[in-house]
Design a protein around this ligand. Sequence first.
Ligand SMILES: *Cc1c(COP(=O)(O)O)cnc(C)c1O
Length: 436
Amino acid sequence: MGVLALTGGYKAGNSVSEELFKWPIVTAEDENAVIEVLRAGSMSGTDITQIFEKEYAQWNGVKYALGCCNGTAALTEALWACGVGAGDEVICPSMTYWASATPVVALGGTVNFADIDRNTLCIDPTDIEHRIGPRTKAIVVVHYAGYPCDMDAVMDIAARHDLKVVEDVSHAQGGLYKGRKLGSIGHIAGTSLMAGKALVAGEGGMVTTNDQRLFDRCVAFGHYERLVASNYSTASMSLSSPELLPYVGLPLGGVKHRMNQTCSAMGRVQLRNYPERCAEIQKAMNYLWDNLSDLPGIKAHRPASDSGSTMGGWYLPKGIFCSEELEGVSCKVFCAALTAEGLPCRPGANTALHRHRWFHDFDIYGHGKPSVTAFSERDVRQDDSTLPNAAHCEEFCFTVPWFKKYIPEEIDQYIAIYRKVLTNYRELLSIDPEKI
Ligand SMILES: *Cc1c(COP(=O)(O)O)cnc(C)c1O
């Protein structure tokens, strides 16, 4: 019998404080904002949304922001704005949520997945360039679990090959890359503001860009009546995308992406409060990792404190696991040991998308062949051999509690469990991972 709960010892346990995890924080301010929209019956208007967009653009440090019904819609129009269409290729990290990549296929393109870096969990910049072909149009980057992707490297590759960079900021609103806000560095960005994310508008999404041409194309794709209403935009479109002008006033993407104003009203309140709440998340998460930094086997998933880069709202945080520092204990066994102590933990992160059949053989549109290759000139579907890190992320990363409040005496209980497991890791050497 050992000291660890997994080897028969006493369970450490921790009193779970709801306060630490409650999110989103909804107050009377949110309720009143939503009720006002309901009473005015202006759910389908765009007046409040346009105020939200202005505030969002200013906060995000960009010229233009466009509110959407969800993040998937925002990314779809951002990709279309970049010219992604039938037969085009887009490079995207394999380990991310569906919506970073599915819109490419929805637009008739194909996804060339790139591997992730084991320390950042973001796209590995050294795995991009060899994937670029004559039909490659864009690179999607995801600031995964809040970690700001290596934008300098990606922007450099994109500039050399004349590609657009689409940032997926859904995990990282408010995060910085070398002092610049995420979502303002690539050519265009899409983000999710659904209820589970760090920045919440209820259900919604946002496009951000400094490029008016890209902005106008997004409006044309799914917000048709706004282009008609704005002489300014129509004028700029006549210069930048004259081929679209005869169609202005129609939803060019065949879709409607308008944000429900109950959501934009809530989003305004959430955004106003976000800098303070986000700073508290950072304080809490940094407290956790600062107090684990001397332990073998695990490393914080965060940029160096002197890099000018930060983790934003730290969405669904992860830790990096180093089996070699623990004489080969597997991440799976480590997570089981934490869970047995009363700290629920799972190895891995999002399932690598290249592993899913949807990206291999699903026929969405009835082409009679896999949609992912329906129009493409080359078949870029892959197996695990070319994407080893994304395929095996359960070996080197694990889930970490997402603290929203800085309550040191509560967080200390979590720290104590990590310490207990890692200082007694040798007890885990005898456990067979297959038997867990
Ligand atoms: C949540 C999420 C999205 C999609 O946003 P929805 O608002 O759910 O449509 C896109 N990309 C990533 C990485 C996400 O986590």
